[in-house]
Ligand binder design. Structure first.
Ligand SMILES: Cc1cc2nc3c(=O)[nH]c(=O)nc-3n(C[C@H](O)[C@H](O)[C@H](O)COP(=O)(O)OP(=O)(O)OC[C@H]3O[C@@H](n4cnc5c(N)ncnc54)[C@H](O)[C@@H]3O)c2cc1C
Length: 348
């Protein structure tokens, strides 16, 4: 099946035709607008190998995340980075290419940390393989992880091997009434203690924490922290993971990645904080420059997650030295710039 994709990319390379790589398109809104012929990856689908005892799963890029999660669930295992699924529409390839992770990310690791290896078609139509299928993979620099978050600009991912994890034996969600500053202080203080935290959220005066692990550890942490337990906690975290609450429908919606210990951002806009303080969602039409300045002061950067792209693009422009590195990689993997042109950076 990838043969058809290889042929398409090869032909596009020869004619210099830009290609827009598309899984289910569930994240077409994310990144800068690009243009070109659609290269549909959904035909390259199916789980290739799953070894529950080894905690490793290999699947083709067009496989729906829902299919992978149903299989893992039957073995009490999970994708610990909790990629959003949007009603099951997202594909593994799109998820890896977007490199986004859900609520468990600060406590378990990011999408990038779970990719063991992958197969790829580069911008000349060559099929390549990076990394492996083993958890202890020490074969030098791990190119497969470069592809996580590259938004398809360095190659068409055709197959991915992932590390999976056992589902925790027990989970409990606690809620506290805190203002923003108190919530940030509490999240940071608790992150430094040996507590089985697995997710955190603050919005509209409510701090919500998830504990995951052995039942005794979860009970002991609850006794230590106090807080109200909430009903239907699984639905709460799923809605946050999939952005299925009205807050995330707002436009423009900005995502500020900050140092987790940074004080409140101080901009007057509805906020949703995640990841122990490291992600701050802001629904605001303040100018991009103001958001970028605030994020930089807090040790990070700002991305316009949803809304019309500002002139400098949705992602914070790279510093010159980094931009040069990126350009060299792009040149290496996609010399004619035909893959998802402009999607990551306008000139890339
Ligand atoms: C409102 C909203 C909020 C989201 N928030 C988050 C979040 O907070 N955290 C998070 O982790 N995810 C988030 N996502 C996205 C989530 O990860 C999606 O479930 C998944 O990434 C999309 O998969 P897809 O197949 O639909 O991707 P598509 O939209 O088809 O593709 C996504 C990107 O990957 C590229 N791509 C697709 N397939 C390949 C391939 N085989 N090889 C190379 N490049 C490829 C596409 O060109 C595109 O650039 C969000 C999505 C939406 C709609």
């Amino acid at each position: 099946m990838p043969d058809a994709l290889i042929e398409r990319v090869r032909a596009a390379y020869e004619s210099g035709t830009p290609l827009v790589i598309q899984g289910s398109g569930s994240k077409a809104f994310y990144g800068n607008a690009g243009g070109g012929e659609i290269l549909d990856t959904r035909g390259v689908a199916g789980i290739v190998d799953y070894q529950p005892k080894e905690l490793v799963l290999t699947a083709r890029a067009g496989t729906p995340l829902a299919e992978i999660e149903t299989l893992l669930d039957a073995h009490q295992q999970m994708l610990a980075f909790e990629p959003p699924r949007f009603g099951g529409a997202g594909t593994l390839g799109g998820s890896v290419a977007a490199g986004l992770s859900g609520p468990r990310r600060p406590y378990a690791g990011a999408a990038r940390d779970f990719v063991l290896g992958l197969r790829l078609i580069d911008g000349t139509g060559q099929a390549l393989r990076f990394g492996g299928q083993v958890i202890k993979n020490v074969a030098g620099y791990d190119v497969s992880r470069l592809m996580v978050g590259a938004l398809g600009t360095l190659g068409v991912v055709t197959e991915v091997s992932l590390k999976v994890l056992p589902r925790p034996a027990s989970e409990l969600t606690l809620q506290f009434e805190f203002d923003e500053a108190a919530a940030l202080r509490a999240m940071n203080q608790w992150a430094g203690l040996p507590l089985p935290l697995s997710a955190s959220s603050w919005h509209a005066g409510l701090l919500t924490l998830r504990l995951s692990g052995a039942a005794t550890a979860v009970r002991a942490a609850h006794a230590r922290l106090g807080g109200e337990t909430i009903e239907d906690a699984a639905a709460f975290w799923q809605r946050l993971r999939d952005h299925a609450t009205p807050f995330f429908d707002k436009r423009p919606l900005w995502r500020l990645a900050t140092g987790p210990t940074a004080a409140p951002i101080g901009l007057d806009a509805p906020h949703w904080i995640e990841w122990g303080g490291a992600v701050r969602w802001l629904a605001t039409d303040l100018p991009a420059a103001a958001l970028r300045r605030a994020a930089q002061a807090a040790g990070g950067h700002a991305t316009l997650f949803r809304g019309d792209a500002p002139l400098d693009g949705v992602f914070t422009p790279l510093a010159p030295a980094l931009a040069t590195l990126h350009a060299r990689l792009k040149q290496r993997f996609d010399p004619r710039g035909i893959l998802n042109r402009g999607r990551l950076y306008p000139d890339f």
